[in-house]
Design a protein around this ligand. Structure first.
Ligand SMILES: Nc1nc2c(c(=O)[nH]1)N[C@H]1C(S)=C(S)[C@@H](COP(=O)(O)OP(=O)(O)OC[C@H]3O[C@@H](n4cnc5c(=O)[nH]c(N)nc54)[C@H](O)[C@@H]3O)O[C@H]1N2
Ligand SMILES: Nc1nc2c(c(=O)[nH]1)N[C@H]1C(S)=C(S)[C@@H](COP(=O)(O)OP(=O)(O)OC[C@H]3O[C@@H](n4cnc5c(=O)[nH]c(N)nc54)[C@H](O)[C@@H]3O)O[C@H]1N2
Ligand code: SF4
Ligand SMILES: [Mo]
Length: 716
């Protein structure tokens, strides 16, 4: 097993200060952990880190409180009836493997599945894909990036041929304009980016915000387009047409660097300003002004978050956005870029190393014969023994509900809060025969487990992660794993016990990384020239980095896109159907608050974070609240076609009157949301649910409905 000792560059890490990166969002701010006698005792910022802007948000400042938290799981657990009992590691491994093997013998290997997460290091992601395909031998492995980056990833692959942010964030220093689409920078990217956006304002540039809700970073002089939720593709189609009408298309860029412009422009001819204004419910003058501002410069940075992406038309929304950016030539120039904002700690690396249902390591396609050959060859196996593409996250849960999947290994994901249609998720999890969860804290999903392994937190393992910008950075272990074994140890031991120990013969994360580099050489995601030593002596390396003397690639597409012909692709918008004109009276959209992270299984245990937002609070425009009769201090009832939630509410005048906003960190949110998926990316439509809103019935017992008393909430 991987040794529990601290492994740094040259063996033991001698210093009491260990430099690492925040485990929460993909900004990966630099942290310096203070370690005394194998305990993390304090932390500070790591000012020399290229990922530190001088500030940490509150989550980063308190992240270290997880490490020795009294609620950490320290021993494997076995379900005994409705309870759990501690068992020893050997028994936990034997029972785990026996359970999956029994299912595979009876129903075939595809009756087992693996679900994982984008907070894991690259090395763990790589081993998870390997364990699923070679150990369990199943095709069904997917991860929570399916809920997150999958629309942006699919659109980037289609338009540019590569799935990575194209421009380092520092280019915002040279931008004349920032276009921020469906990203709540105040809560989700609270450091580094907002000051850079402020810099644009100070230089006299413009900030364009396309969002049904103006969060705190939006300033009065910004151009805010309060779009009707889920109509982004129409807005971008209209903007493309208007930019062409105004003669602002960068014709040289379009001719030399792209293909498909004529088809794209033909497809939007019916999207007149008036039609767009009516569908998106934005004044036509605002749309015109946005076209003028955005296309008035070649130095514009686009930043898109989950607003347009977590939609059943999420991929089309992003492709329509990219069309506008390409028409304006916002690529490969100073201060320019069409950029997605990756969310989780290793959201970028998490989608590169083979834990996606259709992917082999290094972004290779599991259905591409050549890619299969390369990976099989480098793993020293027969290509035919590699399974084909499996199903996506929600589909895997649905297969469990239908009895087609019976065994589930879940590591670093918490479907019982984060997946849509939580009532069904409960039934699907209950229908499984063998559920194994690996998590540092007992999660809502662990309640469905037969075996729970105590997982690792960020300070306990070495490894690499790949930041929002595509920069590979190193994580150094600061303390030995509190449970004794780490996630990596668990994955290795499982490999061994599934009979593929030769594929898991790694004594350190560095050895895993070296194999990954070799597997990636010449592939779509090339880390071949990135060594463990380079990651020590350089402030991270941007991939692609094909050789040891290659400097890495911070800025993509200066001369060529990643498609074989080097050109970016425009995409014609599909003809609008009647559903686009359909208007729901009231729409629920969802997102985040600053002090909570995703399903809250980590942040809700840190009192300094949890007390800032102890429960979900619905945001309602004051006019809407009056219209439906909500009284201050009373509870509101939100009902979708699936369920009702009784919630505290607060007035927010920076929100559309037909839209309410609910932070999603608590299960009261996703029980309302249907598991309807984008047909290409498989992302659920988290950002759009038709609802009705009313005062909670007087007789209702909020506690029984999972709601909490009103009052005392502060949002930062
Ligand atoms: N504090 C905190 N920070 C986080 C996280 C966290 O849980 N907590 N999670 C991390 C992760 S994994 C991610 S993916 C990122 C997410 O980062 P963001 O995408 O910035 O976060 P969300 O809160 O989902 O915000 C989405 C925005 O989209 C808007 N929106 C809703 N519907 C639409 C629409 O139809 N069109 C448009 N244009 N906009 C719309 C919402 O009003 C909101 O402002 O945050 C990361 N950072
Ligand atoms: N309504 C609505 N739903 C959403 C979203 C939304 O905006 N609205 N956003 C979606 C998005 S963007 C995302 S990314 C998903 C996230 O969905 P989830 O997969 O639920 O994400 P987490 O809450 O981070 O779950 C990770 C679990 O892994 C554990 N964990 C953390 N680090 C480690 C580790 O290193 N090792 C191990 N073994 N375990 C670890 C945590 O304790 C936690 O229990 O949620 C999605 N769900
Ligand atoms: S949560 Fe994100 S912004 Fe906050 S400290 Fe961590 S990496 Fe930085
Ligand atoms: Mo995410």
């Amino acid at each position: 097993m991987v040794s529990g000792a601290r492994s740094g560059a040259g063996g033991l890490v001698a210093a009491d200060l260990v430099e690492t990166h925040c485990p929460f969002c993909a900004l990966n701010c630099g942290l310096r952990l203070e370690v005394t006698r194998n305990r993390v005792t304090d932390m500070s910022t790591w000012p020399e880190s290229p990922l530190t802007s001088g500030a940490l948000c509150i989550k980063g400042r308190l992240a270290h409180e997880q490490v020795h938290h009294p609620e950490r799981l320290t021993r494997p657990l076995l379900r005994t009836g409705n309870d759990f009992t501690e068992i020893d590691w050997d028994e936990a491994f034997s029972r785990t493997v026996r359970g999956f093997t029994k299912i595979a013998d009876k129903r075939g290997r595809d009756a087992n599945a693996v679900l994982s997460g984008g907070s894991l290091t690259n090395e763990k992601v790589y081993l998870i894909g390997k364990l699923a395909r070679l150990g369990l031998g199943t095709r069904h492995v997917d991860y929570n990036g399916r809920f997150c980056m999958s629309s942006a990833a699919a659109a980037n692959m289609t338009a540019f041929g590569r799935d990575r942010m194209m421009t380092p964030l520092a280019e915002l220093q040279r931008a004349d304009v920032a276009v921020i689409v469906g990203a709540n920078l105040s809560a989700a990217f609270p450091v580094r980016i907002p000051p850079l956006i402020d810099g644009i304002r100070k230089r006299g540039g413009r900030v364009v915000v396309i969002d049904p809700r103006a969060s705190r970073f939006v300033k009065p002089d910004d151009l805010h387009l309060p779009i009707r939720p889920s109509t982004d593709a129409v807005l971008f189609g209209g903007l493309l047409r208007e930019i062409a009408e105004q003669g602002l298309v960068d014709t040289e860029f379009v001719a030399n660097r792209t293909s498909g412009f004529n088809e794209a422009i033909a497809a939007v001819q019916s999207l007149t300003l008036e039609r767009v204004a009516s569908i998106c419910d934005i004044a036509p003058e605002l749309v015109r002004e946005a076209a003028t501002v955005i296309a008035g410069t070649r130095s514009a940075m686009w930043l898109h978050g989950r607003g347009p992406e977590q939609q059943i038309g999420g991929v089309d929304n992003v492709l329509a956005l990219i069309n506008v950016g390409l028409a304006c030539g916002h690529v490969g120039r100073p201060g320019a870029g069409i950029n997605m904002l990756t969310g989780q700690r290793n959201g970028q690396g998490g989608r590169e190393w083979g834990q996606r249902c259709n992917q082999l390591p290094a972004g290779r396609n599991i259905e591409n014969a050549e890619h299969r050959e390369v990976v099989a060859d480098r793993w020293g196996i027969d290509e035919e023994s590699l399974p084909g593409a499996g199903r996506t996250y929600v589909e895997i849960l649905e297969m469990a509900g239908r009895g087609e999947i019976k065994g589930l290994l879940s590591i670093c994901t918490n479907m019982s809060v984060s997946a849509p249609d939580l009532h069904s998720v409960g039934e699907q999890m209950a229908a499984l025969d063998h559920v194994v969860v690996v998590d540092p804290f007992f999660s809502e999903s662990a309640r469905h487990a037969d075996i729970v392994f105590p997982g690792s937190v960020f300070a306990e393992e070495s490894g690499t992660i790949t930041t929002i910008e595509g920069r590979v950075v190193r994580i150094d272990q600061a303390v030995s794993p509190v449970p004794g074994l780490s996630d990596l140890d668990i994955l290795r031991e499982l490999g061994e016990r599934f009979g593929v120990g030769d594929q898991f013969a790694f004594e350190s994360a560095e050895m895993v990384f070296d194999e990954m580099r070799a597997v990636s050489a010449g592939g779509p995601v090339d880390y071949a020239g990135i060594t463990w030593e380079r990651l020590r002596s350089e402030p991270g390396v941007f991939w692609p980095c094909p050789s040891l003397d290659h400097p890495g690639t911070p800025q993509l597409y200066t001369e060529r896109f990643a498609h074989p012909d080097g050109r970016a692709r425009f995409h014609p918008l599909a003809p609008l159907d009647e559903s686009v004109e359909h208007v729901d009276e009231l729409v629920l959209t969802t997102g985040r608050v600053l002090s909570q992270f995703l399903s809250g299984n980590q942040t809700m245990r840190i009192s300094g974070l949890d007390r800032r937002a102890t429960a979900p609070v619905l945001e309602v425009h004051p006019t809407t609240a009056r219209r439906v009769g909500l009284e201050e201090g009373e509870l509101a009832q939100v009902s979708s076609k699936l369920a009702s939630s009784v919630l505290a509410w607060t007035a927010n005048a920076d929100l559309r009157t037909d839209t309410v906003f609910l932070p999603y960190h608590w299960p009261e949110c996703n029980r309302l949301i249907a598991a309807d998926l984008d047909p290409i990316s498989g992302i659920p439509g988290f950002k759009y649910t038709a609802i009705s809103l009313a005062p909670a019935p007087g007789g209702s017992d909020p506690a029984a409905d999972g709601a909490v008393p009103v009052g005392g909430f502060t949002y930062s």
